[in-house]
Design a protein around this ligand. Structure first.
Ligand code: IMP
Ligand code: MG
Length: 332
């Protein structure tokens, strides 16, 4: 029987999903790695064998020789895809027969890039994602199977998972996070794809195939985009510097704020999270402050004396999921 684990961003992206994906893949067991939403708006920072890689399209599975697929829930920039392949190949990462694109994945065209290039209301990554999904849903889009240059990479997800590999064990790698989800995020300050477990299912994985849902959060929140998110206080500038909070795709500053526990709880419930990872604990330790919001709107704070109190409170708050606290990925 097909088995699927899903990695989901619990906040606004940049929670450290790349690190968790990498860790799970390294520890084996997966036959496939599937990116299930988003496109080159995402930047996955991965430290592999002491080297830093930022991938936008290509799933982390390629680092471990796991068959990797860009799923039909994604949108693809062909030019950036080939550039990424070139960069990885130069770094000695063998991609032969390892990287595939679902034939029904939509493709970002010139006019999508143009339309997105002057966008300011949301503060998009200007990578053509929103307009491409727009074309998809208005039934005017083009899919990977329409481009001969992609022919060697095309895959039929149904054939792959239901005819050739019915016992596949799949790691679904999410992009962005629940607060950027088109339906459940802070609309309109959202991305145009489904960042939830349901979004992974849309790639051809039925609910019964889902085994573990790994929610990845950061010990404080960051957001990149046009809305005001960071309160006016020195501590958040300190967090930004200590946490190196600059976007992996656009280099923009990530606005910082404390984590909201009710928002995190909502993300856990909406996605059926079984395991929660809270990253970058070392950064809170570094600035010496342990606070979380007790409400959705981020007005009322709980403040703790130290890391132990912080962790104990969070473990008790989310007592029906397994919580793991972790640090920043190793730097090189
Ligand atoms: P778009 O996805 O480029 O349309 O951008 C919509 C919103 O999502 C903007 O606020 C972006 O900054 C944000 N966004 C998109 N992708 C990412 C990501 O991978 N990490 C963090 N924010 C993202
Ligand atoms: Mg990112």
């Amino acid at each position: 029987m097909l088995k699927v684990d899903v990695i989901i961003g619990m906040q606004h992206g940049d929670e450290g999903k790349g690190k968790v994906t990498h860790h799970l893949l390294r520890n084996g067991g997966y036959t496939h790695c599937v990116r299930y939403n988003g496109g080159c708006n995402a930047g996955h920072t991965i430290y592999h064998n002491g080297e830093k890689f930022v991938t936008h399209h290509i799933p982390a599975g390629v680092f471990f020789g796991v068959k990797s697929i860009i799923g039909p829930g994604c949108v693809l920039d062909i030019h950036k895809f080939f550039n990424e392949i070139k960069t990885l190949r130069k770094a000695g990462i063998d991609l032969s027969d390892k990287i595939f694109i679902a034939k029904n994945t939509h493709v970002i065209l010139e006019h999508h890039l143009r339309e997105d290039s002057t966008e300011t209301k949301i503060g998009t990554t200007r990578t053509g994602n929103g307009p491409c999904y727009g074309s998809k849903y208005s039934r005017e889009g083009s899919r990977a199977e329409d481009f001969p240059v992609l022919e060697p990479y095309l895959i039929d997800m149904y054939q792959e998972f239901y005819m050739e590999h019915p016992n596949a064990i799949v790691l679904c790698e999410g992009a962005q996070g629940v607060e950027l989800d088109i339906d459940w995020g802070d609309y309109p300050y959202v991305t145009s794809s489904h960042c939830t477990t349901a979004g992974a299912c849309l790639n051809g994985f039925p609910p019964q195939s889902i085994r573990n849902v790994i929610g990845v959060a950061k010990a404080y929140e960051t957001y990149v985009g046009s809305k005001e998110f960071q309160p006016d206080s020195e501590i958040f500038n300190a967090l930004q510097v200590a946490g190196e909070e600059f976007g992996a795709t656009t280099g923009r500053n990530r606005q910082c704020n404390w984590m909201s526990l009710p928002n995190l709880e909502k993300a856990i419930k909406l996605n059926g999270v079984t395991n929660l990872i809270i990253n970058k604990m070392d950064i809170l330790e570094n600035v010496g402050a342990w606070s979380v919001y007790a409400d959705y709107k981020r007005h009322n704070l709980f403040t703790f004396q130290n890391k132990e109190q912080f962790c104990t409170y969070i473990r008790e708050y989310f007592n029906n999921v397994t919580v793991v606290f972790s640090d920043s990925p190793e730097r090189v």
